[in-house]
Structure formats: structure tokens, C-alpha cells
Design a binder for this molecule. Sequence first.
Ligand code: FES
Length: 229
Amino acid sequence: MTAHVLVGTSPTDAARRLELFALAARLGAEPAFLQLASPSLGQVLDQLAVAGETRIVLVGVSGGIDGPGVSWLRRIAADWWRTYGECAPEVATAPGFLSDPDEWSALVDLARPITHGGAGLTSAAWEDVPEHRHQVLVCRGPRCTALGVEEATRGLVIALMRQGLGDDDVLVTHTGCQFPCNQAPVLSVQPDDVWYGRVDAPTAERIVAEHLVSGVPVAEARLPRRRGA
Ligand code: FES
């Protein structure tokens, strides 16, 4: 038996979870997520394997501009497949992300199985703590999601790219609720311990140019920070 799984890969996909559930149902697939939402890809693969599926085809989807590349889906799936052992069903991954439901059949047909002789299942880049000097924690909690963190994130990521700043300079990490929900969308910059509220795309661009590049926090968007004794 062959089972199909539609895999949301990006933080945006986690935020539009119900939309992807509906799309998966339309396509006759199980929904799963690579990060930030349930069910996880590992959970779904476990369930399908226990149910006796002998072949599982994964097709990824990636909303927004801050998701991982398609190779991540294959790597995470390969890690599950290797760990599951000899009883693992065949797992095949599509070579590209689904951008239109009409592409579904073609992507399923092009999926190729994970094998022991294939490309590396892990990456050397996953071994070490990255060398970034700043970490931007972007809140993807419910209030920040509802009040436009997607647009703020887009502004942030584009500004970082324009400045030529990669993960080894500024590591962008998506989080759950950071607590000052009334100030949403919220992000914080570490290790500077600077928190920002009501961040829109232009503010995010200023945070990149003025804080992350020039070292001067954007005072107008900064939230007061009181520390416990
Ligand atoms: S949802 Fe973002 S601070 Fe609570």
C-alpha cells in the first residue's frame, strides 16, 4: 500500500495549519509538519508504518520566504527511515515543493526513494553551534501571528539578505509566545536583551540596519525590560 503525505515545512505553513489540513484532505494525503505544528512528520511516519503501509510518498509545501530548502524534508525523512530500522517502509520524497495543487500527481510520480547509498543523511553543518553574533527570536505565538508577524518576518529576512547577513551573522529563530502579547508582533534580539513590539516590515528593516548592522537599538519600537532581582 502507498500512503501520501503533504508536509508543511515553513513557519508560515504552521500558522496556516488548518488550510493545509484541508488541502491534504483534497489530495487524499495525510498532513504533517516539519516544525512548529502538529502532527510532526515523525509522528505521521510512525503511524503509517505501524498501520502497515509499505511505501510512503512525501510532498513538501513551503509558504512564506523563511522556510528550509527541499533538501531538509529529505534529510529529516532519511533520519527517521534510518532510525526506524529494517522494518521501515520505503519512503520517497518529491524533488520540489508543491506550489499548485495541479502539480500534485507529477510530483508524486517524480518522488525517489531514500536509500542507504544516497546523499548524506545528515549534514556536517548540524554538528556545531553556529557562529552568529546575534539571535533574533521572532514570536510566532497566536497573537503575534494574528497581528502580522508574517509581514514583519518578510521585512526582516529581506533586509538581512540585502545586508548580506546569513545564519552565521544573525540567526533568526521562530518561537512560541514570548508573553508581551499586547505588544504584538514581538521580537527580541539576543544577547543584547533588547525587545521590540508592534513590529511591522519597515520597523524590521530599521532593526536590521540600525541595530544589527550599526549596533544602535531602534528606540521607538523598544519595549521596556525589567529584570527580576
Ligand atoms: S503571541 Fe507573541 S508575545 Fe504572545
